[in-house]
Design a protein around this ligand. Structure first.
Ligand code: SF4
Length: 198
């Protein structure tokens, strides 16, 4: 986007009837969001709504995202878990993830672009230098935080998996011989899926 761009944006907030921000198919969360929620003492309230999304194909990365819920008005459609349908607002408005604060502007390391051209807030508000700088800074911050998160997540995931494996090995040590035998019996039985495959 050049300096001559007429880009302007103002979130219509509760007056927005498209729900565009909240129904994006994936609301990414960054390590920066986690750090901010920790320093603001909000982490324990927000973290139950965050999940680690496993890749559905080899081109997709591991990602931290918000959980989803079906919309009451249209159960075939899902929205971010923090979306409050009745008030058409975000329940964590003042601590929302950077991807929501930057929406609908994104930055790809070279240029800025609109992630949702139908967002009705685009074209609203004043086109002054400060407002433009503010949205661009947010889009750049989101870009940097996304890259840091992508790099860090596989390592964090391995650490947690390692911890879980160690914990379950510790738990097995405390089991009686009878209990161990019982678990081995269960594990050695073919599952219903295995039976169907035979
Ligand atoms: S965190 Fe809030 S602003 Fe962001 S998509 Fe969810 S409900 Fe909307």
């Amino acid at each position: 986007m050049s300096e001559k761009s007429k880009f302007s944006f103002k979130c219509l907030e509760q007056k927005c009837d498209t729900k565009a921000c909240h129904i994006r198919p994936r609301i990414n969360v960054t390590m920066g969001d986690i750090a901010r929620w920790t320093s603001q003492n909000y982490l324990s309230q927000i973290i139950p709504g965050i999940t680690l999304s496993m890749p559905s194909n080899e081109n997709e990365p591991l990602a931290l995202t918000t959980l989803r819920k079906p919309l009451e008005s249209d159960p075939k459609q899902t929205a971010c878990i923090f979306y409050h349908e009745e008030s058409n607002g975000c329940t964590i408005r003042y601590s929302r993830p950077i991807s929501c604060r930057a929406f609908p502007l994104e930055y790809n390391g070279e240029k800025y672009f609109l992630s949702d051209k139908n967002c009705p807030g685009v074209g609203e508000g004043e086109v002054n230098k400060d407002a433009l700088k503010e949205v661009r800074d947010l889009a750049e911050q989101e870009y940097r935080e996304k890259i840091e998160t992508l790099a860090a997540l596989p390592g964090v995931y391995s650490i947690f998996m390692g911890m879980m494996i160690r914990q379950s090995a510790e738990g097995m040590k405390d089991l009686s011989e009878d209990d161990k035998k019982h678990i081995e019996d269960i594990m050695s039985k073919p599952s219903e899926d295995d039976k169907q495959d035979e």
